[in-house]
Design a binder for this molecule. Sequence first.
Ligand SMILES: Cc1cc2nc3c(=O)[nH]c(=O)nc-3n(C[C@H](O)[C@H](O)[C@H](O)COP(=O)(O)OP(=O)(O)OC[C@H]3O[C@@H](n4cnc5c(N)ncnc54)[C@H](O)[C@@H]3O)c2cc1C
Length: 489
Amino acid sequence: MTSHFMNLHPLMTDLQLIWFRQDLRIHDHSALWHAQQAGPCIAIVILSPAQWQRHDDATIKIDFYLRQLKSLKQQLQTLNIPLIIEQADLWDDIPEKILHWLNTLQIQTVHANIEYELNENQRDRRVIQHLANAQKSLKLYHDRCIFNVGTLLNKNQQPYKVFGAFKKSAYEQLHISLPQCFPPPEVQTPIDLTTQLPTHITSTTELGLVATPREQQELWPVTEAYAWTKLDDFIQNDVQHYDQTRDFPNLQQTSMLSPYLNIGILSIRQCLQALFRPHYGLFEITQRGQQIWLDELLWREFYQHILFHFPHLSKGHSFKTELQHLSWRDAKQDLYAWQHGLTGIPIVDAGMRQLLHTGWMHNRVRMICAMFLSKNLLIDWRLGEQWFMQHLIDGDLAANNGGWQWCASTGVDAVPYFRIFNPVTQSERFDPNGDYIRQWLPELAHLNAKVIHAPYTFQKDIQLDYPKPIVDLKQSRLRAIEHFKQHSS
Ligand SMILES: Cc1cc2nc3c(=O)[nH]c(=O)nc-3n(C[C@H](O)[C@H](O)[C@H](O)COP(=O)(O)OP(=O)(O)OC[C@H]3O[C@@H](n4cnc5c(N)ncnc54)[C@H](O)[C@@H]3O)c2cc1C
C-alpha cells in the first residue's frame, strides 16, 4: 500500500472533498468543477464489493472500473489532487466513512454528482443526514443527463411516458441551448497533510472475483483520452451512415461507447458537443445518421428520467402495474440454454455468446434475445435482466431495465405484446450473409447464407454439432399472445 504523508496547511480551511462514483473522469465533471470553485480538493472513491454483488454488477464491469480508477488516480496527480481509496463493503457503512475523512481532514463539504437509482438515492440521503448532525454537508450536482432530471415535464407538470413526446420536448430545449462542457479542471497548489491516506486500488482477484482475461480487457481500453478518440472516430467516420448501418450486428458501426458513458469516462455533454462540432456547436441536424444517433442518446436520457420518476422500477416491478403479477414459465433448462447460447436459434445463440465472450452485445441482438426469452420462452424478463447485468460491461439499471421491459411489453412506451419478433426473420434481415452468426457460432460457420439462420428448418437431414431449437417459434408466439391477452386490460 502506498501512502501520502503531508502536513495540513494551517490556513487550508477551505479544503473540499470530491467524491467520485460513476463518473471516473476529470474533464467536464460537474462536481469536480464546483468543488474546485470552492477551494483546493482532496478526492475520494469508495469501493463497495458486496454492494456491487447485490446489484449484480458483472466482473468485467468491475474490472473496467478498477482499471479506469488507476488512470483517474494518475490524472488527479497531475492536478495535485490526492486520492483516497476507501472500502465500505456495503453502502450502509458509507456515511460514517465520509464523516471520518471530513473530520480527519478538517473539511466541511463533500461534493458529488447525483445518481438517480433508488439505493443510490437512499445512500446519499443517509449521508446528508449523518453529515448534517455534524454540521457538515454533501452537495450534489446534476451531471449524468442532458437535462436535469425532474425538469423535463409535460404541460400538466407530469413526467413524459411516451418517448416521442419526451423527444419533442428535448429537441425544443436543445434548440434553445445545447449543454456546454465545464471548463478544464485546474492544477492546484500541492496540499500539505499530516494524515496518511489509503491509496491502494484493489484488483478483481483480491476481491475474490475471477480475473478478466487479457483479451477481454484489450477490447475495452480505459482512459479519457481513449474514449475521446473513439468518440471522434465515430463522429468523423460512422455517424453519417448510422441510420443505415446501426441495425446490422456484423458491421460494428455503432459507437460502442456505452461502457464509457456508463462509468462516466465520457460525459453526455461531450457526446453532444462532438455530434454538433461540425456545426460549430449549433443544434443543427443535417444528416439522418446524426439525428438517429441523437435519438439513441435520448433513449438513454428517457430511461434515466423514467427511473427517477418511477422508483418502483428499481425494485424489479413492472412499469405497467397490471402486468406485475403476470405468471411466467418455470423452465430452468430453457433458461440455461438461453444463457449459454444453446437454444438452437442461431441469432439468439450468437448474441448470447457475444455477451459471454466480450461483455457486450449489439442493440438489435439484445432486443431479439430479450424478446425470445420473455415471449417465445415465456420466462420472467427479470431473470434475463439479471443475467444481462451480471455479464454486461455497460450494465446500467435504467437502460437495462428499460430495454427489458420494452421487449417484455411490461414497460413504459413498450412494444405491444402481439408484435413479437420472429428471430429467424430478424436474422435474415439484419445478418443477411450470416457473418455475425459465423463469428460467434463456429460450428455453423460452414453453412450457406440461407441455411445458417435456421439449419434444421432449411435442410431437414442436416447433421450438426449444434442443438435443435428448444421451442417451436410459431406455437410459442401464439402461446405468448394468448397469455398476455388474458392479463392485459
Ligand atoms: C434488453 C436490453 C438491455 C439493454 N441493456 C443496456 C445496459 O445495461 N446498458 C446500456 O448502456 N444500454 C443497454 N441497452 C441499450 C443498448 O443496447 C446499448 O446502449 C447499445 O447497444 C450500446 O452500444 P453503442 O454504445 O454502440 O450504442 P450506440 O448505438 O452508438 O448509441 C449511443 C449511446 O446511446 C445510448 N443508447 C443507445 N441505445 C439505447 C437504448 N435503446 N436504451 C438506452 N440507451 C441507449 C447508449 O448510451 C449508447 O452508448 C439495452 C438494450 C436492450 C434491448
